[in-house]
Design a protein around this ligand. Structure first.
Ligand SMILES: C[S@@+](CC[C@H](N)C(=O)[O-])C[C@H]1O[C@@H](n2cnc3c(N)ncnc32)[C@H](O)[C@@H]1O
Length: 343
């Protein structure tokens, strides 16, 4: 796999038109299972093939039970300067339900060990809307955040992905999905408690301390170009969207034999506009009419201006320099986005 990732890195060296790479993100699967020497090898390949900023944000996703002092020190020494730790919950019951291999004590110890081993820019992931998770337990999960040295956290509502064990349990009615009203209450508690802990909600699911946004994630939402390497990886260069084949084995055989291992879609004006609305409306900086003005024709601008009015009237959107969702509007982000889309 590492050899094929390097072949793809080399093959696609002009995809970003020689732009400087500001962020590198090792996500997956489970990059924390990969030996640090192999991560070093990939990093060196990226740095020798692309112009990488000296101040690049280099993130690696880890499972708590893969974290050791030796591993964090090795990652720090090769230039990884941000860790994304998949905690998910501080309740063993939730972790067992989600088939996670770590327990709550390991999760807390892992975050502290990572911080004490020298990487200070740490984000953790939490999941809410878990069947059986009470409001009290969600509140306790959020309270736990204030005891940890973290600069950022992400909180995701549990989604039932197709072909997963959770999907089978829901479909066979062995468990019932959490009601929307419960998820809404958990989201509101998340907003209120994160604010009290001085976290800024800069995107629906992302919260950071002042100036500690994820540069990598923000680039998706700022319509910046990105290059995805590996199975399932997505890329965007302003005119096309491209995604690699999901299967690891097919990816390896096709890259090795110089066969096609991706699909791509050239984006037309409407698709680019819908993408912009979908990604930017979810952020605290919202939709910029200047951007719409510079990048889309007047019909699209007029469509947006007409359709956004009703949401402003309902106080779900506020017009500052940009059009931004209110705290209540964030609960309806998907509904408002699709209402603003051009189909
Ligand atoms: C989206 S990435 C994490 C990016 C990271 N938060 C960051 O800022 O760098 C992977 C995370 O997705 C979340 N996730 C995975 N499966 C999920 C599901 N079915 N429903 C909701 N969240 C899920 C988990 O929290 C997992 O750690």
């Amino acid at each position: 796999m590492i050899e094929c990732l390097c072949l793809e890195i080399e093959e696609r060296k002009h995809y970003l038109s020689e732009k400087t790479v500001e962020t590198i993100y090792f996500g997956g699967g489970t990059p924390s299972l990969v030996d640090s020497e192999k991560i070093k090898y990939l990093l060196e390949k990226i740095q020798s093939t692309y112009k990488v900023s000296q101040k690049a944000e280099i993130t690696l996703e880890l499972n708590p039970d893969d974290i050791t002092e030796k591993k964090i020190t090795a990652l720090k020494n090769i230039g990884v300067n941000r860790l994304s730790i998949g905690v998910q919950s501080f309740y063993d019951r939730d972790l067992e339900f989600m088939n996670r291999s770590h327990n709550s004590t390991q999760a807390i110890d892992a975050v502290n060990l990572a911080y004490n081993s020298g990487i200070k820019n740490i984000t953790i992931d939490l999941i809410y809307g878990i069947p059986g998770q009470s409001m009290k337990q969600w509140e306790e999960n959020l309270n736990q955040l204030s005891t940890l040295n973290i600069t950022h956290f992400s909180a995701y509502a549990l989604t039932v992905e197709p072909n997963t064990h959770l999907h089978y349990l829901v479909k066979s009615k062995k468990i019932s999905q959490v009601e929307d009203s419960v998820i809404e209450s958990q989201f509101k508690l998340l907003q209120d408690m994160s604010e009290k802990m001085n976290f800024i909600q800069y995107e629906i699911s992302n919260f950071c301390k002042k100036n500690m946004m994820s540069k990598h994630n923000s680039s998706y939402w700022e319509d910046k170009w990105y290059l995805g390497i590996g199975p399932s990886a997505h890329s965007f260069n302003g005119k096309e969207r491209r995604w690699n084949i999901k299967s690891n084995s097919k990816y390896i055989s096709r890259v090795k034999n110089s066969q096609v291992y991706f699909e791509l879609e050239l984006l037309n004006q409407k698709q680019k506009y819908n993408e912009y609305i979908l990604t930017c409306l979810r952020t605290k900086w919202g939709v910029s009419f200047d951007f719409l003005n510079k990048n889309f024709d007047v019909d699209i601008q007029n469509h947006f201006k007409k359709e956004i009015q009703k949401w402003i009237k309902q106080k779900k959107v506020i017009q500052n320099k940009n059009y931004e969702l209110t705290k209540d509007g964030m609960l309806l982000a998907d509904a408002i986005s699709s209402d603003l889309f051009i189909t």
